[in-house]
Design a protein around this ligand. Structure first.
Ligand SMILES: [Zn+2]
Length: 598
């Protein structure tokens, strides 16, 4: 504490003249801010503390090397030799223009128990004597009267509200606690049932400037709290059980999550200072191709036109699950399909070409990129009163309605585009076979093939670990499934394809193994759904597996030696598929014909 300059944060944020003022402060967090706009420069956001107050700050771009070089780390002490007060999204923010590292990583903890400072609050009051600072954790909830007055508006209030804890400080060992947070996302009420009972619940994601955390309310607490919280608003929230987060179900980057209980209090807070706004930027559809599969948190906006009407999908989980496809477009020149499910699909009634904004959609990969509306998590607004929506309306009516759009393609490892195909690598199956490619050492080759058969006997799919980084085969254990690699028990596995396809070019035929991402697309169905179909409706299954027949693709394949019953043979595996683009194909054929001197 002795190293820090008293009142530095208050001085920074005041208009008091600060010539030659170079205070020492502690960095209590360092965070890279990822901008949704690709051309935006990367920014480093800091949280600076003088032991009494903390404030967010931006690191000037020319100082990024301090972080890259590992000098600027959490809890290090820095001397700020030059700074400015800037405004970012209408919020005042301290911008660090020059700094010296005073002490590096020696201090492995936060000094003092700093409170957030309100940059919009009344101006700084000269206060040379530092207010008494609680030095032990036991003082966390007793804010001294002195600190709360003196015109320095702090987040604790005079009525005796306990200290506000930054979300990144919450842990099972901190009790009691109070956070001031914005509801970033609120789910619908959902139901659960398992061996221990059933009931309803909802969850919220709360955020402050330090972190986000998920909170869940079950049963009676759910009934009491659901109408109390509104998405986008700021609340004081206190009491509840802080538990290690179940990362399997949570995308929120926090080790912990909150289970609200009967003691939880939630109180609206009109003072939104220091609580970040919800990120309301929209992802242009053109950018969808850069996002990885499964990533949620997409915001798209577009005049929706119904495509393929509505239909019912025979799903693995619900015998008849309604679905409805919409096609949306935006001014990035791309169109994309959004699938609505269940009740949302049934109740969807919107005039053609309405502007709809979507939040938190799931990115899927069926026939290129598509989006899936997650009931409970996704949000949809018809004709929202947003600047972007009005701009889109104007664009659509003027030019968009008559424009043609590109379909969003996935940039997956398993699917390539005709443009990304290296035609110099093309060969024929006859060459591969006659040269024994793959026999001595594994080799890769690319061929243009037409699918002839799907092998029905043998393995078609396997129960896989649901961890996206694992995908190992899991073993049944009671009514659960154990992954031998992760040593995790899953209630159900993820069925993944390992199908065998017969394919031929103009002169040769061979069998190829194919994995999940390619097979899902070829059979236009997930492995679990196809498996269920096999069990319940054999003729429909037999029909379904013929879907790829006759279709032509470029396949990048691997050839390697495989010994079965002492017999050595070469096994072919499809690594990547490239759908044919007929315009490009014709161009190449014309070129080839020109090559013949006739
Ligand atoms: Zn695993």
């Amino acid at each position: 504490m002795d190293h820090l300059s008293p009142n530095a944060i208050s001085r920074f944020t005041s208009a008091v003249s600060l010539d030659n003022y170079a205070p020492v402060v502690q960095v209590i967090s360092v965070k890279k801010v990822t901008e949704t706009r690709k051309d935006a420069p990367e920014r480093i956001r800091l949280m600076l503390s003088d032991g009494h107050r903390f404030t967010p700050a931006l690191l000037a771009t020319q100082l990024t090397h301090f972080m890259v070089d590992g000098l600027l780390t959490k809890y290090c002490l820095i001397r700020i030799t030059k700074f400015a007060l800037g405004s970012v999204q209408e919020k005042q923010l301290l911008i660090v223009l020059a700094l010296d590292i005073v002490k590096q990583e020696r201090n492995t903890c936060k000094l003092g128990t700093p409170l957030s400072i309100d940059l919009h609050g009344p101006t700084f009051v000269q206060q040379e004597k530092a207010a008494p600072v609680p030095s032990k954790a036991s003082h966390l909830n007793k804010i001294s009267a002195k600190a709360a007055t003196k015109g320095l508006k702090t987040v604790s209030d005079v009525k005796g509200r306990s200290t506000i804890n930054p979300i990144d400080e919450l842990s099972p060992y901190l009790n009691p606690w109070t956070i001031k947070a914005r509801i970033e996302n609120k789910s619908d009420i959902r139901t659960w049932s398992n061996a221990r009972g059933s009931g309803q619940f909802f969850n919220v994601v709360m955020m402050d400037e330090t972190k986000s955390i998920k909170g869940t309310a079950f049963k009676d607490v759910c009934d009491r709290m659901f109408d109390q919280v509104e998405e986008g608003r700021v609340y004081y929230i206190s009491k509840g059980r802080i538990v290690p987060a179940n990362r399997q179900f949570s995308k929120v980057d926090n080790k912990y999550e909150i289970i609200f209980n009967e003691n939880t209090t939630i109180e609206p807070c009109d003072d939104e200072a220091n609580v970040p706004e919800i990120d309301n930027t929209y992802t242009p559809l053109a950018k969808l191709q850069d996002l990885s599969k499964g990533e949620t948190c997409i915001i798209a906006l577009g005049p929706a036109s119904l495509s393929r009407g509505s239909g019912a999908l025979t799903s693995a989980y619900t015998p008849q699950l309604s679905m409805r496809d919409l096609t949306i477009v935006d001014h990035s020149g791309f169109c994309c399909r959004i699938t609505l499910w269940g009740k949302t699909a049934e109740e969807f009634e919107v005039p053609e070409n309405s502007i709809i904004s979507f939040r938190t959609l799931k990115v899927e990969e069926f026939s290129g990129r598509s989006l899936s509306y997650q009931n409970g998590a996704s949000k949809m607004r018809i004709d929202p009163d947003l600047e972007e929506a009005h701009a889109l309306r104007g664009w659509y009516d003027a030019v968009g309605a008559t424009q043609t759009f590109n379909l969003c393609q996935g940039a997956s490892a398993s699917w390539g585009t005709s443009a990304s195909l290296n035609r110099k690598e093309l060969t024929s199956l006859a060459d591969v076979k006659s040269n024994n490619i793959g026999m001595n050492e594994p080799a890769e080759f690319t061929v243009k093939l037409r699918i002839k058969w799907t092998r029905r006997e043998g393995t078609f799919w396997y129960p896989a670990c649901k961890d996206s980084g694992c995908r190992k085969k899991v073993e049944a254990e009671g009514d659960q499934w154990r992954c031998p690699k992760c040593n995790v028990l899953w209630d159900e596995p993820e069925y993944r394809y390992i199908a065998s396809l017969g394919a031929a070019d103009h002169e040769e035929f061979a069998w190829f193994s194919t994995f999940n991402d390619i097979a899902e697309e070829l059979f236009e169905m997930r492995a679990a759904d196809l498996q269920r179909l096999k069990e319940t409706n054999e003729p429909a299954f037999a029909k379904k597996i013929k879907i790829p027949y006759g279709k032509q693709y470029y396949f990048k394949c691997k050839a390697e030696e495989n010994i079965v019953y002492n017999q050595s043979r070469v096994k072919y595996t499809i690594l990547k598929a490239f759908p044919l683009n007929y315009r490009t194909e014709i161009k190449h054929l014309v070129e080839a014909i020109k090559g013949y001197d006739i």
